[in-house]
Write a protein that binds this ligand. Structure first.
Ligand code: FCB
Length: 440
């Protein structure tokens, strides 16, 4: 089936500063919690670090040329907070500012719209040393950082995201400890961090709008669908409860103005401390919502979250491939809440890639994953969900957090030894899709 997209649909690709930039201590950049974490033995697969990563800090011009070759209409990237403010607040590192200035100018010259994310996890280490997201002062440091960037880049960038996946910052940073800062089993703290991130989002949104009322401000949430293991009423109820208690932890405050009543029941003592005024700050109107989605959870009343669905395909991350779940989830959230326009800000797949003798990467499985998911995005639009754009994760293979360089998500292959880039078959396919503005 051939499905056209609206003429102004935004086709893009996404990255994040720590995952691609490298130059971790160059030109006055300060240390981030991800620098510290990756330099701590045992935290990252193979002892990999983002010290060099894709060397994008030096190769950004070539990377823009590649984006152009793909015909991208938009590029979603994040700013390294300690590159701009080495200790998180106070003194500005002008060389860091210049880097983003040039990057944005380069994108605009190539006719690619920049979508900027203020925080994609690389908190300045000095702020973490003062308590980081546990300390409410941090919220104001973030707000100052946001306003500073708006004053500098607000004339050239229209769409601004405060946080990428506050849930992952809180859960992976404070519960599983798989991500920086690597704290484990702090259930209460993890919810408090989640809440503080949301208040910081609200404060920053206010400050950004005050600095430039023409901006569009949004946030990016990780939102996977939740399906029941069977039609059994017990499984249906378990899946519905899992969604309400856990998956709405950010959606509900943002768009209903309070935490879900079931969160209070299920999470009980783990719920965060809320100060007067917090919820109003969190729930202020947004211009768009970014959704990152890769897979789904399947819930059984007796067995909890199922690890393996027989007959399903899994990616290298161990994530089930289930594209129709994306459409169901998008429909559900837009029925349950009064949402602003949605952008799919991340979607993609890690598979092992093989460099063929013909010098190409024939990544049929990634291509097929993208085709299936883009099709479901289009079907969700047909259902009435207001989706304005889609960004592949990722433009380049990159540093996949605790997995280091072992997981390749790119539509462009990176040889980390030589930094040579090769557009994969999925990238060539995506370029054709963009040019035709339709998925087949
Ligand atoms: C998301 C992150 C992104 C990348 C993908 C695979 O949770 O936002 O940086 O790691 O997962």
């Amino acid at each position: 089936m051939m499905m056209k997209f609206p003429p102004d649909f935004v086709w893009g690709a996404a990255t994040a500063a720590y995952q691609i930039e490298g130059a971790w201590n160059e030109d006055g950049k300060g240390e981030s919690i991800w620098d510290r974490f990756s330099h701590t033995p045992g935290k990252i697969a193979n002892g990999d670090t983002g010290d060099v990563a894709c060397d994008h800090y030096h190769r950004w011009r070539d990377d823009i040329a590649l984006m152009r070759q793909l015909g991208l209409k938009a590029y979603r990237f994040s700013v390294s907070w300690p590159r701009l403010l080495p200790t998180g607040s106070g003194r500005v590192n002008l060389a860091g500012m210049d880097f983003y200035d040039r990057l944005v100018d380069g994108l605009l010259a190539a006719n690619i719209e920049p979508y900027i994310t203020l925080h994609h996890w690389d908190l300045p280490q000095s702020l973490y040393d003062k308590g980081g997201w546990i300390n409410r002062d941090n919220l104001y440091h973030f707000t100052d950082y946001a306003a500073l960037l708006v004053r500098r880049l607000g004339d050239r960038i229209r769409r601004w995201t405060t946080f990428n996946e506050p849930g992952v910052i809180a859960w992976a940073g404070y519960l599983s400890g798989e991500h920086a800062p690597g704290i484990r089993d702090e259930r209460r703290l993890c919810r408090q961090v989640g809440h503080h991130l949301m208040v910081a989002h609200g404060l920053a949104a206010q400050a950004m709008r005050a600095a430039n009322p023409a901006l569009e401000v949004g946030i990016v949430l990780s939102q996977w669908g939740v399906d029941p293991a069977s039609d059994d009423p017990a499984d249906l109820a378990a899946a519905a409860n899992a969604w309400d208690a856990h998956e709405t932890f950010f959606l509900h405050p943002l768009f209903a103005g309070h935490y879900h009543p079931l969160s209070y029941e299920v999470l009980a003592q783990e719920m965060p401390e809320i100060r007067p005024g917090d919820m109003a700050l969190i729930a202020q109107k947004l211009n768009f919502l970014g959704i990152n989605s890769y897979s789904r959870s399947v819930i059984s009343a007796s067995r909890g979250r199922l690890e393996l669905i027989s007959g399903s395909e899994y990616t290298e991350m161990g994530w089930e491939v289930c594209a129709p779940a994306l459409r169901r989830m998008l429909k559900k959230i837009s029925q349950d809440y009064q949402l602003p326009p949605i952008y799919i800000t991340e979607n993609g797949a890690a598979f092992q890639d093989v460099l063929s003798p013909d010098g190409k990467i024939h990544d049929e499985r990634r291509l097929d994953y993208l085709r299936q998911h883009i099709t479901q995005v289009r079907l969700a639009m047909q259902d009435g969900v207001d989706i304005r754009g889609y960004f592949v994760w990722s433009m380049l293979d990159n540093f996949e957090w605790a997995h280091g360089f072992t997981k390749r998500f790119g539509i462009i292959h990176v040889d980390y030894a030589t930094q040579k880039r090769i557009i994969k078959d999925s990238g060539e396919w995506y370029a054709r899709l963009i040019a035709a503005n339709q998925v087949e």
